[in-house]
Design a protein around this ligand. Structure first.
Ligand SMILES: [Zn+2]
Ligand SMILES: [Zn+2]
Length: 369
């Protein structure tokens, strides 16, 4: 049996580089050779044991690769050797939920999220892509792996915060937390034509990055009363749309408290445990507010649209990639990422040494870790 290298979840705080069986595609499935992948905050939740997955699972849900093998029925649709990405969410496109437009909830709650959750993920040399026809998006030759690496999850999720919030021309928008997802939410608000965009984050470098991604104001929640400050910036009313991009009770409450009556809270965070809506912030339940939640939109059409925006220079997410590692170094990269050490935003993982050597601004210090 052919084998491959992969990073496997063995238990809480235990991920290991192992030699495992290489996947083979059945009808409608494809196997891609991973050329680049990354680590997500959600993976940190998993490894810490805050979101349960089975032991023995290969983690990772952000694949960039090359088609290696196609299952039956995909001839004419794809070719071996084509460069592709697949979304973190891989909907089937045919079930009750998909046909009702709730692709991320394919087959039931969170069901569209399969990579590194219910099936093996992208922290490997090869990845089996289910329902390939609905999920493989071709990457144009002119784009590098790193230019599309944020599309499967970070960009799709972050920008969806502004889309789900239905940000309109001239809206005031507050974005809570400016990690990679929050920065993409800030970018999404700008793309949708927001007027004032208020970024909230306690880390100075992230506030600075937020300005590069479109924020007009960046505030430090440890230095000021956020809700009061946001009211002051919006004629005392509160913002039209607040986007929560962290997943904590405090930021959820602050985001809800900062929207005007009739405003929208668009929530992207992954919350663990109990979540409550403060009574005052929802005006006894009569404030005409909307609370919408979004799980990363996936599927190949979503990916095609995001690729198109990169291709035409509308978005550039490469500043988010701050560190580069090989697959062998993934556990070390994970350690750095989960501690948010060394100014890390996102790490690029290259299973092949050639990919790593070709990576832009490849820092030797990072590689030697
Ligand atoms: Zn993710
Ligand atoms: Zn489905």
């Amino acid at each position: 049996m052919d084998t491959m290298k992969a990073v496997v979840f063995r238990g809480v705080n235990d991920i290991r580089v192992e030699e495992v069986a290489r996947p083979r595609p059945r009808a409608g499935e494809a196997v891609i050779r991973i050329t680049a992948t990354t680590i997500c905050g959600t993976d940190v939740h998993i490894v810490k044991g805050e979101y349960p997955v089975r032991a023995g699972l290969i983690l990772g849900h952000e694949p960039v690769g090359v088609i290696h093998e196609l299952g039956e029925g995909l001839e004419g649709e794809y070719q071996i050797g084509q460069r592709v990405i697949a979304g973190a969410i891989t909907p089937c496109g045919q079930c009750f939920y998909c046909l009702n437009g709730a692709h991320s909830q394919c087959h039931g709650a969170l069901g569209g999220w399969r990579f590194g959750n219910t099936i093996h993920g992208a922290w490997a040399e090869y990845l089996l892509v289910p329902d390939a026809r609905a999920n493989l998006a071709v990457v144009p030759d002119g784009l590098t792996d790193e230019q599309v690496l944020m599309l499967p999850d970070i960009a799709s999720t972050g920008i969806s915060g502004a889309e789900s919030g239905n940000v309109r021309l001239g809206d005031s928008v507050a974005v809570f937390a400016q990690g990679p997802i929050g920065l993409c939410a800030t970018l999404g608000a700008k793309l949708r034509g927001a007027g004032t965009i208020i970024a909230v984050d306690p880390i100075a470098e992230r506030r600075e990055m937020a300005r590069r991604f479109g924020a007009s104001v960046a505030i430090d929640p440890t230095a000021v009363d956020v809700v009061h400050t946001i009211r002051g910036l919006t004629d005392g009313r509160g913002v039209d749309v607040a986007i929560e991009a962290l997943g904590r009770q405090e930021t959820f409450a602050a985001a809800l408290g900062s929207i005007r009556p009739g405003g929208t809270l668009s929530s992207l965070g992954v919350y663990s445990g109990k979540l409550t809506a403060p009574y005052e912030a929802i005006h006894a339940g009569l404030g005409d507010q909307r609370i919408v939640t979004t799980l990363c939109p996936g599927g190949k059409e979503r990916m095609r649209r995001l690729i198109s925006m990169v291709e035409h220079g509308r978005i550039d997410l490469t500043p988010l990639v701050t560190h580069h590692y090989s697959l062998d170094q993934l556990p070390a990269a994970f350690e750095l990422f989960s501690r948010q050490a060394d100014g890390v935003m996102k790490v690029a993982i290259y299973p092949s040494p050639i990919g790593l050597m070709a990576a832009p601004s490849c820092e030797l210090a990072a590689i030697e870790t």
